[in-house]
Design a protein around this ligand. Structure first.
Ligand SMILES: [Zn+2]
Length: 411
């Protein structure tokens, strides 16, 4: 026995949420803890209260809408994602997961039913990391992976005179709940648009994400020798020419191993038209779906660097700048999504999650599941980001019953 979810109400809520911070090109600009984010939070709170939920806010600003269960002692099952966006964002990256959770609560409330365990919808603060680094900082803080004080002290990337903590107070969304309470969730579900083209291409509406793939971020510093651009070619120690070989090596290694690798940023010294660059910093990141993939790619690019450094007479320092671990999701929860998708006669496939989501942080501590629906052309973080009503409804049909089941079923 299940309860009737309303795909139409879910769709209308996505449309209404997308009006907050709407841009003329059809996208959304709703940076974390901005005026627009504040308005979005108020709307979510009002919707939660109208659905008979209690609303709590933690010290990092994350919101928890809880629909009580029949068993007051049971740990909540959580469904979450984020309402913040990148500066030129779309309408579905984030809100899809939050409002899917809200629809589960609304359907229960409307039917006058309760599950055994409570269900909590979470809106994590600052998932995107556009305004405050790093990304996913509130879920990381809640799980104890990032120090709470460090999250609050992060400067605004657009105006360094303001911190996360300042902005949180200004918006009035600094709560007093302990973020660590999220570690007590019995389970965590997150629905997200794929942000890639696979599901749409294969005509499959549901992606079961078996794991978030690990990410390694590196900074490589190439040091050669400055000189006049009119000096002879022989004997030069051109740091940029050396770094360029690395940029192409990363691409070649990624293609050869089935991983992904990108050099994203180059900074040069002296950075002048008349000088051979003597110091070049390269920011690069690599990711691979296989368990040992990142290690293999790292070994391969280190080998290339050693060879080209010797040949070109430049020094190369390699520093790890950060990254994310590989996080497998809970097989039992993934099975619940497969079963619910099957019962709704929705095709589904397993796939890795190449882009970190809040579920990566939560999944380190709490049994978690991440599920994808397709998005048009795989496009995301862009105003043209879009999904069909069918895909929207499919995600609800798969995750809704799975969450009810995880919460012990209808009481
Ligand atoms: Zn997202």
């Amino acid at each position: 026995m299940s309860i009737p979810f309303s795909p139409d109400r879910f769709w209308r809520s996505l449309e209404e949420m997308a009006r907050i911070g709407a841009t003329p090109d059809g996208g959304v600009r709703r940076l974390a803890l901005s005026a627009e984010d504040t308005e979005a939070r108020a709307l979510l709170r009002d919707w939660g209260l109208a659905a008979g939920c209690s609303v709590e806010v933690d010290r990092l600003g994350s919101m928890y809408l809880t629909y009580a269960g029949a068993d007051p002692g049971a740990a909540p099952v959580a469904v979450g994602s984020h309402l913040d966006s990148v500066p030129t964002g779309g309408r579905y990256d984030g809100p899809y997961g939050v409002l899917l959770g809200l629809e589960i609560l609304r359907a229960l409330h409307e039917a006058g039913r309760r599950t055994r365990a409570p269900i909590t919808v979470v809106n994590w603060t600052n998932e995107e990391g556009s305004r405050f680094s790093p990304s996913m900082s509130a879920s990381g803080g809640a799980m104890g992976l990032i120090d709470e004080a460090k999250v609050l002290a992060a400067p605004d990337n657009f105006d360094p005179s303001i911190t996360y903590g300042d902005a949180l107070r200004q918006t009035g969304w600094a709560g007093d709940a302990d973020p660590a309470m999220a570690r007590n969730f019995a389970a965590y579900y997150e629905a997200h648009i794929e942000q890639g083209p696979i599901l749409e291409r294969e005509g499959i509406p549901i992606g079961i994400v078996t794991h978030c793939i690990g990410v390694e971020q590196w900074t490589l510093v190439f040091t050669g020798r400055d000189g006049h651009v009119g000096s002879p070619m022989a004997g030069r120690q051109d740091a940029l020419a050396a770094a360029s070989e690395l940029v192409l090596a990363l691409e070649r290694i990624a293609i050869a191993t089935g991983g992904m690798a990108t050099a994203t940023r180059l900074t040069l010294e002296p950075d002048a038209r008349g000088n051979i660059p003597s110091v070049v910093r390269v920011a690069a990141n690599i990711r691979h779906p296989d368990e040992d993939g990142n290690a293999r790619m790292t070994a391969a690019f280190r080998e290339d660097v050693a060879e080209l450094a010797a040949r070109r007479g430049v020094r190369v320092e390699i520093e790890r700048a950060g990254g994310y671990p590989r996080v497998p999701f809970a097989p039992k929860l993934l099975d619940s999504l497969r079963r619910a998708a099957g019962a709704a006669q929705l095709r589904h496939r397993d796939m890795p999650g190449p882009i970190p989501q809040d579920a990566l942080h939560v999944g380190i501590v709490v049994p978690s599941a991440l599920m994808f629906i397709p998005c048009d052309g795989g496009v995301s973080h862009h105003p043209s980001e879009s999904i069909s009503r069918e895909w929207c409804a499919a995600g609800l049909a798969a995750m809704g019953p799975a969450v009810i089941e995880a919460a012990g079923g209808l009481a």
